[in-house]
Structures are given as C-alpha cells and as structure tokens.
Design a protein around this ligand. Sequence first.
Ligand SMILES: [Zn+2]
Length: 400
Amino acid sequence: MRNVSDLTSFIDGLPKAELHVHHVGSASPRIVAELAERHPGTVPSDPDGLREFFAFRDFAHFIDVYLAVVELIRTPEDLRLLTYEIAREMAEGQSLRYAELTCTPYTSVMAGIPIEGYTEAIEDARVAAERDFGLMLRWIYDIPGESGVAAADATLSYALDHRTDALVGFGLGGPEIGVPRPPFRPHFDAARAAGLHSVPHAGETTGPETVWDAVRELGAVRIGHGTSSVRDPELLAHLAEHRIPLEVCPSSNIATRAVANLSEHPITAFRDAGVVVTVNSDDPPMFGTTLNREYEIAAALLGLDAAGVADLAVTAVDASFAPDDVKDRLRTEIQDYAPYDVLGVGSGTSSGLSRRWLGPYDVLGVGSGTSSGLSRRWLGPHDVLGSGLGVCRDVIRIEP
Ligand SMILES: [Zn+2]
C-alpha cells in the first residue's frame, strides 16, 4: 500500500459530496456536550469525559453512544442545533459542499417530537447552513428496519404527507439479520412513485442475496455499503452494468466487523469489477473517523494519487441526487481545485471516471472502472482515445 501522507492536505481541502452519513450518527462530542448541557444527567458534558465516552471500543458500545445521543434529542430546537452544527463541521472540517443526510424521523417522533416540528427544525437548519456555510443539505428518510412495517408505514407518511423539497431519497437501515426486505416493497414502490430515490442499506451484515433484494424488490439505485456483493460475481456484473453505485464506508465496515480488516476490504474488487464506488463516513465521530480520513483510506487501498482522489470526489457528485446545475458547479469546483498539473500523474487507478474531465471531445462515455490516472490533460483538444494515451490502461465502455 502506498504512503498517502502527502495526499492528506490535498484531501482535506478537496471539495466533496457525501452520500452516506447519518444524522444522529454525525453528532460530535462538541455537539453532544451542548445537548448534554441542555439535558443534564445522561452523558458527561465535559469535553474530556465525552471524548472518553465517544472513543470507539466495539459495536455494542457504539450502540450505547448512539442511543445516548438519541436520548438527548428531545425538542425541535435540539434537532435544529444538531443539524446546523453537523453542517458546520461538514463544511468547515471536511470541505463538504453537498451532503445527503440520512435521517430517521421515526425515532424522534417516537421520542415525542411531532413530525411537523421535526420537519420544520431540520429545514430551518438546512436553509441556515446553506446560507452560513455554503453547504447544500438534502435528506434521505430511512426506515429503522428493526421496528418493522409499522415504522415503514410511518416513515412513508412522513416522506409523502410532510414532504419537503429537500427530501430526495428513501432508505432502510438497522439490522439486516432477521429483517427480510420484501415486506418493505410496497413502501419503496410508493416512495419511488412519488419521485424519491431508493437507497437502502444492504449486504453490510448479510450476504449478497440482500443486495439482490434491494435491487429487485426495493428498486435500489444506490446501495448503502453492499459489502458482501464481492462474494457474487453475477451481482457485481449487474451493479456495474446498471451503474448502481455502492456507498462504501471503510472504517464503519471494520467497526461493525462487516470486514475483518482494511487490507481485506473489497473496495478494490468493486473497482476492478467496474462497479461505481463512492466513499463515505456513515457515523463518523462514533467510528472515530472523518470523511477526509475515509478518502485517505480509500486512496491507500485503491492506490490513488491526487488525480484519482479528485475522480473519486467527482464520482460522488455524479452519483448524488443534486440538481444538474449543482452537479456542474461542484464538478467545476473540484476541477479548479485539482489543477491539471496534479492530474494524470499516471500512477494509481481512478474509479468512476467522469465525462466532465474529458471535455467536449470525448468518446469515452461514462467510463466506469479502471482508467489509470486519466484526465483531460492527457487527452488534449482533439483526442479520441489511442494516440498518446499510454497512461490509459483500460477503458471499460465506449458509448455510441
Ligand atoms: Zn449507514
């Protein structure tokens, strides 16, 4: 594995989009301290005590931390604070410009916050965050699978009857073992019919059959984790062919033991199979990570240089549900940040090569898979692939 320490500052400042990150799971010790001051008694509110409380030990402890934070969110004002402060940390700490935040309104409604208050609080925070931090937030409402069809009914109603324009996706989280996917099909059918994108978690703690269910039963257009897909070549081919991206969260996968250790992480196998890979942080403070750190890990695993990392950032934009003009703006921002001089160094492999980098002359098309550090720089103004492109190792697809 290559040393990526020289990439750290590049990654820190790289404008990014994140597609798989949980609302409550993004509460940092600083934010929890503020909530704990409001509602004393359950978790420590002093910084040192909180840091210790937060330090990731094992999955059972993570659940304890998560539930303790859930317990601190009792009013719409708590939700507003949580959401706004998460956005601050995303924008200021991680150079995020766009994030699809997975929210579980069912949990808050069960805790006594009416859905009207819930929606108003997160929307208020969203508008303020965009104004104050330049971060665009979008929502994915997910069903806590362990709470069954009743939670799915309620979540669908929150999504459709209390809809905000910023709601873009409908998800399914919680444990996979013992929670079959097909009973949720009617909910996903209804959400999709209303224009929401299907983005369930799948194949994190169960096998590839759950990913097949997500695709066939729930109409998934992106998969949360999808880790066990690596065990089924036919599934990988399907994901690649239909360009169904995986939301990969390396540190989370280690924390939950979905993957034994980083050197065994299947992200490279996904890339090599031509699957669109995005990199995400899941529940970053609770897994002791950040999105920047996840990009570093991915760069090390995939052998990426700065150009490859920039491509990874573009892939997340491409796979997002942002409006087209926002996607264009973000791609341009990434491109401007990553000057052509650092692009196309030729080492490493880039995932999800985007048309954007190729400019108006390309015959490359969407080009998922394994191009080697390819960038506009290499193509020049007249290029079709071939001449002068010794660095291009492999082009997966050429569209007519
Ligand atoms: Zn997740």
